[in-house]
Design a protein around this ligand. Structure first.
Ligand code: ZN
Ligand code: ZN
Length: 343
């Protein structure tokens, strides 16, 4: 089968590789669309240590079942599916509590690091354990389904956050995940949704997706400006979807006493924390990672039109052009959001 192989850091080749052999509990998925993730783009130069070549990357995929393993479990050839980007064991302490995103044996498709290597979906076929498969509603395209992982990050983050109908919320950072968080908050019935970003175009999109007000975050006191737009006491919850010191500070400073800050972004490994402000105002800090079982809910949100993913898809080139699209994303070409490769 054809696969896009990372041969060396920043060098790809289309190669003919063997079709994966199936374990009894696996199915073979014919990949129809697979998204290039930011972690693939950052990882391909070796900086993350999680894309050691040679490797077939790709963990945001959808396709149809070409073959089922021995156990099968109700899946049939031709079924349209997507699958979790993470293979969890289903047996460890966390998995048994339903926290599959925290699995001790967590393996991400298309990642190779010191602990493991697992080829991903930038290939014609990928072997997938049937416990992580999800059936696609008929109205969802493979391209839309390949966006479900990103939606699940937003849905999980919102689910971790204490919110009530009518809550006032700030979303700091209106990149793709921030914009998805805004849409999920709107679907969840939040009152005021204040979007903050440095980019005016993104803020316009934020408004279209449900932000009730938007703020260019380049002023001297963005947190004060957020309070000015929402309840003067501060918002009930803030989502930090960037992951640098200044935006974490803004998120902490804009919530009311007793409010919460959900930390989604993590560009920086470590940031300074306004400790006294968090302690004396009794702020809850919430970390959130990937998702844990939210895929069916996300597929419903996409199918019902409550969450628009189509607008994020910048291009759907064939797999053969993968290398050049990786370079364009690496160069941060303006206007490119999500590129889906079609094997
Ligand atoms: Zn990803
Ligand atoms: Zn586990």
């Amino acid at each position: 089968m054809k696969a896009l192989v990372l041969r060396e850091y920043r060098r790809f080749a289309i190669e003919d590789v063997p079709v994966p052999e199936l374990q009894p509990d696996e199915v073979l998925v014919r990949v129809r669309a697979c998204g290039i993730c930011g972690s693939d783009v950052h990882g391909m130069d070796g900086s993350s240590g999680r894309r050691i070549p040679p490797l077939v990357m790709g963990h945001e995929a959808a396709g149809e079942i070409a073959e089922t393993g021995r156990t099968g479990r109700g899946w049939r050839k031709g079924d349209r599916v997507t699958f979790d980007s993470t293979v969890y064991c289903g047996k460890c302490w966390h998995c048994l509590r339903g926290e599959v995103n925290l699995c001790d044996e967590r393996r991400v498709f298309g990642v190779s690091c010191a602990e493991y290597r697992r080829d991903g979906a930038f290939a014609e076929y990928v072997a997938v354990p049937d416990r992580i498969l999800y059936r696609l509603p008929e109205s969802i395209s493979f391209e839309q389904a390949a966006m479900v992982e990103a939606v699940s990050v937003a849905v999980h983050a919102v689910g971790r956050t204490p919110l009530a109908p009518g809550s006032a919320v700030a979303v700091v950072g209106a990149g793709m995940i921030g914009l998805l968080v805004i849409q999920v908050l709107r679907a969840a019935g939040c009152g005021e949704i204040i979007a903050v970003d440095l980019d005016g175009e993104r803020l316009e999109i934020a408004r279209r997706f449900g932000a009730t007000s938007v703020l260019k975050g380049d002023g001297a006191d963005p947190a004060g400006a957020i309070r000015g737009l929402g309840p003067g006491r501060g918002v009930d919850a803030a989502f930090e979807v960037v992951g640098v010191a200044s935006t974490v500070k803004t998120a902490v400073a804009c919530v009311r006493k007793g409010g919460s800050v959900t930390l989604v972004g993590n560009l920086e490994r470590s940031v300074e924390l306004p400790l006294q402000s968090v302690v004396t105002r009794q702020i809850t800090l919430i970390g959130t990672c990937a998702s844990a079982g939210e895929y069916p809910a996300c597929l419903d949100l996409i199918a019902s039109g409550k969450v628009n993913v189509t607008d994020f898809i910048s291009a759907t080139p064939p797999l053969e052009e993968g290398g050049q699209w990786f370079e364009r994303l690496y160069a941060r070409e303006k206007g490119l959001v999500k590129v889906l490769l079609r094997p």
